[in-house]
Design a protein around this ligand. Structure first.
Ligand SMILES: [Zn+2]
Ligand SMILES: [Zn+2]
Ligand SMILES: [Zn+2]
Length: 375
């Protein structure tokens, strides 16, 4: 029975019915296409005819593009039956000829679905990324110093990282989601903007000798007074926990145990027994020292202008200075208070908080300890 149906000659009514069906299918595709184009913000600029005919679309800003309805809706299928627009065609390598477009032997094209206007999407991203630059600067501990001359047509700022490196940066947040590929923004971080924006800091963190120098300086409670570069031949000035001012080549320093030349000379590592808080009205710095602490305080005054001594507690039992220092820094970090320079210099607005935390620690741990508070 079915065999009979298949072999039977087509009736004139069948031809009419299939033409009607085809017309209906085409009308459905055109309706879908028109809706999709509208959703993506395009206006149809040419007369809609067949599903395989080119249509010109334009966005609100006047950018235009050409597509065929079938390719716009089904790029893979569409690219096999419609000629790809010029510019998206490329030459196939030998052995890949089976991927060729119909009617060609060696040409292929990327299937392109209709998307929103790329120019406009890019512009919207740039606007969002510019608006969130200030938030990005806070997130990455960059201080904005001034407007800078732009090198690529985008706004630029002169900034300084926590470690004192100054550089120019495109004033856009590279972490803004939805970034389109391309765009010469000159970001210093990778494509997702996840990394440290300071190239020098990244260079330091990738140089084992510099990482080790910093680690030892921190462990020996040394202040590095110069901005570190990413070169191991640099000589930097140090102020040790006893307040000795010395300078050392990074390579040389790493060859001995104590980085401070004077401490190294006598072979004694000073024990911190002093806790202090100094300020200048702009920044506040809590810290530790040994002896009478005067060497450190003088250095803060001459190097950073931190001349007001708000707390100076000397002759602490072994371990106490480090404990109170850790307590204060941990509490500040857990309260979201970020340093403005290095890891222990904070905005002066936090002075009361710093004093409160230190006084609280002394009241709880050394209640009968005599200490001098200068206010
Ligand atoms: Zn546009
Ligand atoms: Zn840096
Ligand atoms: Zn020393």
């Amino acid at each position: 029975m079915s065999d009979d149906t298949r072999t039977a000659a087509p009736l004139p009514e069948d031809a009419l019915r299939s033409a009607r069906l085809l017309a209906r299918a085409e009308a459905a595709v055109m309706a879908l296409f028109a809706t999709r184009a509208y959703e993506l913000g395009w206006t149809v600029r040419s007369k809609l005819s067949g599903i395989l005919d080119h249509v010109t679309l334009s966005c609100d800003a006047g950018h235009s593009t050409q597509v065929t309805p079938v390719t716009a809706l089904h790029p893979k299928l569409g690219s096999t039956i419609v000629r790809a627009p010029e510019g998206s065609v490329f030459l196939l390598e030998a052995g890949m000829e089976h991927m060729a477009m119909p009617g060609t032997r060696k040409l292929a094209a990327f299937p392109m679905a209709l998307e929103e206007c790329e120019h406009c999407a890019r512009k919207r991203w740039e606007e969002t990324a510019s608006a969130s630059f200030a938030a990005y600067a806070i997130e990455t501990d960059l201080r904005i110093l001034a407007d800078a001359a732009s090198v690529n047509g985008y706004p630029a700022k002169q900034v300084r990282c926590l470690h004192g490196h100054e550089f120019t940066i495109t004033a856009m947040n590279p972490r803004t989601p939805g970034r389109l590929p391309g765009g010469a923004y000159g970001f210093t971080t990778g494509s997702d903007g996840a990394g440290d924006p300071c190239v020098t800091c990244r260079g330091i963190s990738q140089t084992p000798k510099l990482v080790e120098f910093r680690r030892r300086a921190h462990e020996q409670d040394l202040m590095i007074l110069d901005v570190m570069s990413d070169h191991i031949l640099q000589t930097v000035r140090l102020c040790c926990v006893a307040g000795h001012l010395t300078s050392v080549g990074i390579n040389t320093g790493l060859k001995r145990e104590l980085l401070c030349a004077r401490c190294s000379g006598v072979g004694v590592r000073p024990e911190p027994t002093v806790y202090y808080v100094v300020t200048d009205g702009a920044m506040v710095k809590p810290g530790i020292s040994s002896g009478d602490g005067r060497g450190r305080l003088d250095t803060h005054r001459s190097q950073h202008g931190l001349g007001q001594v708000r707390r100076l507690i000397t002759d602490l039992p072994v371990g106490a200075a480090r404990d109170v220092e850790r307590h204060v820094l941990d509490c500040l970090a857990s309260q979201g208070i970020r340093p403005v320079m290095g890891s222990e210099y904070f905005r002066a607005a936090h002075t009361d908080r710093v004093l409160e935390l230190a006084d609280g620690w002394f009241a709880a741990n050394l209640p009968n300890f005599p200490w001098a508070a200068t206010t």
